[in-house]
Design a protein around this ligand. Structure first.
Ligand code: AMP
Length: 303
């Protein structure tokens, strides 16, 4: 079982109704790899940071079984930075700032040990870089999952469409699915996305859960009703980490097992939103994860 994850390792400034956090650890790959590390080891990451990124955070990731051989550290440069402010409903947010910094000239180089993964998670990143990673593999993984966001649809739509042709599963949120396809109905959007390439589609709906589409079949997982949501940043990536971690662990890529992957991803995301930055997913135990998965089972069981 092996998992390669690509994406940003970053600093974030975050403002939510619960408070503010400045220059905290974020980035799609950070959340994905930490979340997936509860299911598979090692999680081999492909990313880039500047020498401003805290070495104790990298050491922590390593202690969790995250392989940093594919992480480039650029001396004298700054890490990717993102600032966002959430609206009262916590389901929508405004991007206040995106500074690509080290990402602007990033050329991923896959170490030899990374070139035959069972599962490849192409986290939110420049679509050309996502393609570049795919091109460096020795053979096609059993499953390729891609996450992206409106930012890349706005500035690199053609590159994004090119990489969509090569993947199996796309994970995006409902507004992004509408933007990508121009269709308001999520059922119609799902059909249009299947035609772009992905056989499977996960549409994330924040506090309203996630939908898994596969050519006419649909599965719905709610989000766990939580008493307090502190910071939704990284929930989508943490979901992706749990989703791909589960699939890499079980090596069963059927629609039936993908349902379980959606539930495990949702369980991981429910921990993420309970604290700022990665704090909600730093110190979990198998018992805590199992209890959340059970809570999902109880939530939807009715017969
Ligand atoms: P999520 O809340 O799951 O969409 O992920 C939020 C994380 O994505 C933050 O920690 C950011 O550092 C990172 N991020 C924000 N914008 C981008 C972008 N344009 N490309 C890649 N990563 C981003």
């Amino acid at each position: 079982m092996s998992l390669v994850a690509v994406g940003t390792v970053a600093f974030d400034d975050i403002e939510t109704p619960a408070g503010r956090a400045e220059k905290v650890v974020g980035g799609a790959c950070t959340y994905i790899s930490l979340s997936a590390s509860y299911f598979v080891k090692p999680v081999q990451i492909v990313s880039v940071v500047g020498d401003d990124f805290p070495s104790d955070v990298l050491a922590f990731l390593e202690s969790r079984g995250v392989d940093l051989a594919g992480l480039q550290i650029k001396v004298g440069e700054k890490s990717f930075f993102w600032a966002g402010r959430y609206h009262k409903d916590l389901n929508s947010r405004d991007t206040l700032d995106t500074q690509l910094n080290v990402l602007a000239n990033f050329e991923p180089v896959l170490p030899a040990a990374y070139k035959n993964p069972d599962v490849l998670m192409l986290g939110n990143l420049v679509p050309k870089i996502q393609m570049d990673v795919l091109d460096q593999l020795d053979q096609r993984p059993s499953l390729v999952v891609l996450d992206t966001m409106n930012f890349w649809m706005d500035i690199a739509l053609d590159d994004l469409k090119a990489v969509l042709k090569k993947i199996d599963v796309l994970t995006i949120n409902d507004e992004e699915a509408r933007q990508l396809t121009g269709k308001h109905s999520l059922v119609h959007a799902a059909q249009a996305i299947h035609e772009m390439g992905p056989k499977y589609l996960v549409i994330k709906k924040g506090e309203h859960g996630a939908l898994l589409f596969h050519h006419g079949q649909v599965f719905y997982a709610p989000a766990l009703p939580l008493a307090e949501v502190i910071d939704p940043t990284g929930a989508g990536d943490t979901f992706a980490g749990g989703f791909t971690g589960w699939l890499a662990k079980t090596k069963d890529y059927s629609f039936e097992n993908m349902k379980l992957a959606v539930i495990h991803g949702s369980a991981m995301a429910s921990f993420c939103v309970e604290a700022f930055s990665i704090d909600g997913i730093k110190n979990l135990t198998q018992e805590m994860i199992d209890a959340r998965v059970e809570a999902f089972a109880r939530l939807v069981h009715f017969r």
